[in-house]
Design a protein around this ligand. Sequence first.
Ligand code: SF4
Length: 290
Amino acid sequence: MIKLLNEYLKERFGCKVYKLALNGGFTCPNRDGKIDTQGCIFCSAGGSGDFAESPDMTIHEQIESGKKRVEKKIKNGKYIAYFQAYTGTYAPIDKLRKLYYDAVSHPDIVAISIATRPDCLPPEVLDLLSEIRQIKPVWIELGLQTIHEKSAKYIRRGYKLSVYDEAIKELKKRQIEVITHVIIGLPGETVSDMTETVKYVCNAGTDGIKLQLLHILKNTDLAIDYEQGLVHALSEDEYIDILKECTKVIPENVIVHRLTGDGDKKILIAPMWSGNKKHVWNRIQKEVLV
Ligand code: SF4
């Protein structure tokens, strides 16, 4: 039986814990020209952080604003500062130091979680993360999406699988927890391709996994391919069936952080059924988590 994030957080921190999506004002090497200028094929203008707070506010202001948004859902809980938008380790080290320290110094923050790319973890960043880890837990979320080079090329990920392997090794060496993002429904991937990816990251030592349905969002190159009939958007039944297979290969010690997509409905083109989160979650509970 897989372990879901909420249950794990309650066990670990003794209360309900909510992730607050912050914005450190980062960019991404896959957009600023260091690797590419186009970005990953599915990535929205918000750098996959469409729910994050505004980078114009200080980190403490963003935390307070995020807390206000969720205050009805969480009473006497704690929070994880989640640097979600763009590449959260891709900035000068002094800027990173200030952002991370600002986040961990907030009394309601129990951990920080940073979404990044495995090719954006140079030694000085790893050292900084180790330093922060002495204060509060640090989670690094790696957007791997797939182990298959053909798909990686199509989505313009911009790094090889070996870069992920090396990053996870370095992070684990420093006892920094790793969460790996995997996309379900990449064009041309079979169910067995997707379960292979899930198996691979679990064996590589990831502490957590996010399975995210491929969303086709407005103003992305993926949307152009979709409109030209080159991309199939998964049906709800297909997605549930794939989840059944993928969750079978996740061991109990790997925490499942997500089993759905998290696309902004305002920019979602397909699959539209995924916008009905309550209904999808009910099906997952009845058909996948049994
Ligand atoms: S690495 Fe992340 S932020 Fe950069 S283009 Fe890809 S999905 Fe977007």
